[in-house]
Ligand binder design. Sequence first.
Ligand code: GLN
Length: 311
Amino acid sequence: MVPLRSEMTNYQDIIEELYHKLLERKNVGEVADYIPKLGKVDPEKFGICLTDMDNIHYSIGDYDEKFSIQSIAKVLSLCLLYNKKGEEIWQRVDVEPSGTPFNSLVQLEADKGIPRNPFINPGAIVICDMLISEFENPKKELRDYIRRATNSKNIHFNESTAASERSNGFMNIASINFIRSFGNIQNKLDEVLDLYFLLCSIEMTCIEASQAFLFLANEGKCNHTGDTLIIKSRAKRVNAIMLTCGFYDEAGEFAFRVGLPGKSGVGGGIVSILPGEFSIAVWSPRLNSKGNSHRGMKFLEEFTSATSSIF
Ligand code: GLN
C-alpha cells in the first residue's frame, strides 16, 4: 500500500517553521472594514490548523480562536443545496471563473442575471434563494449541515456581524435587485439577504474550519461519522469550482502559487484541501487588494512547496 503523505511528512515541524518565518516578515494589507465589525479585529492574528485523514490536528498560533469565516461558508451552502437538488441548480448559477471582484455587478447584465459561479456574492445570493425555496427552515438546515460537517455543536451564526454587514451592504442589495430584475430570485429580497448575511457571519476556529472541509478531501463523507454530506461525484465538482473560482479575480494566482482547491473569506480565513490527504485552515486578517488574506496565501504557497502537496 502506498503510505499516506501524512505518514511521510512531519506536518507539525513544517507548519511551525513556516509560521515563525512568516512572523518575521512584514505583514501587509488591510482588514475588511467595509463590514464595520470586522474592522475591529486585531490585524496581527495568525493561526493555522491542518487536519489529516486520521483526524489528527497539526496547529499553531491563534488556531483555537473563532473568526468570521465569511465567504468560506459559501462552499458549505452550495454543498447543502447541491446534495439535495442535484444538477438542476446549474440552470440558475454558472460554474465559470468570473475574473472580477467578489461583489462585482458588471457581468450580470450581459449574463442576464445568471451569476458566473456560486462563490461570488451574486452566486451565493442565488444559492440562498434556492435554499429558501427548498427548505422550510433554511437557517436551521444550514446550521445543522455545517455542524455535521464540523462534527461540533459549537457552530453559530453571529447575528451582530450579520447586522453590521447589513448596515453597509449596499453592493449586495444592488446585486439582488439586479438579479431579481432578470427573474432569478424567487423569494422576498429581504429574506434572501438575511440568510446570505447570516451565512457569512458564521464563526469558526482554524480547527473547526479545517474539520468542516475535511469531507471534501474524503469523497464527500464526514471523516468522523462516515455520514455522506455530498455524493462523491458532486464533491469532485465542488472541489473543481474551488480550484477555479475560490479566490475571485485571484483564482488563477492562488492555483498558480498554491495549486490546491481553496476558498477565502474577507475575515482573513482560507481553507484549502488536498483530496485523500488533508484539509488546512489559515487565518490572518490583513487582506490584499483582491480581498484575500495576504499572509494566508503566502503561508499556503510555501506550505505546498515544502510538502510537495500537489492536486
Ligand atoms: N459577506 C461578504 C460580502 O458579502 C463576503 C465577501 C467575502 O468574504 N469575500 O461582501
